[in-house]
Design a protein around this ligand. Structure first.
Ligand code: FES
Length: 108
C-alpha cells in the first residue's frame, strides 16, 4: 500500500519464510490491508485469508484474529504447515503494534 499507516514484518527462522502486512487505518478501523509474502503456498494463502478477515475490523477486533481462525477459514492446513498461519497472526499483530507506536510518537 502506498503511504501505508503501518507495516508489520515477521519471519520464521526455521523455514525462512517472510511476511509483510501493510495497513491503512481510519477511525480505528482497518480500511485497507495488503501483504507481501515470500514463502510457501500455505504462507501466501494464510496471508490472503488474514487480509480478508482483518479488513473492516477495528484494531482491537483484528488483533484477536488468531491462527486457528485463519486455518478454519482456509478449510484446514496440514500439521506441518500450521506455523504458516501463525506467521500471519504474528505479522498482523506486529503491524498493529507498529501503528500504535507511530500514533504514540505523533501525539508527543
Ligand atoms: Fe514456513 Fe510456510 S513453510 S511459513
Amino acid at each position: 500500500i502506498k503511504d501505508a499507516d503501518a507495516v508489520g514484518t515477521n519471519a520464521n527462522d526455521r523455514c525462512g519464510d517472510i511476511m509483510k502486512v501493510y495497513l491503512k487505518v481510519k477511525d480505528n478501523k482497518i480500511k485497507d490491508i495488503k501483504f507481501h509474502t515470500l514463502g510457501c503456498p500455505s504462507a501466501i494463502a494464510s496471508s490472503d485469508v488474514l487480509c480478508e478477515l482483518a479488513k473492516g475490523k477495528t484494531l482491537e477486533q483484528a488483533e484477536k484474529i488468531d491462527n486457528k481462525e485463519i486455518v478454519k477459514e482456509l478449510g484446514g492446513l496440514p500439521v506441518i504447515k500450521l506455523h504458516c498461519s501463525v506467521l500471519g497472526e504474528q505479522t498482523l499483530k506486529d503491524a498493529i503494534k507498529n501503528y500504535r507506536e507511530k500514533q504514540a510518537r505523533k501525539s508527543k
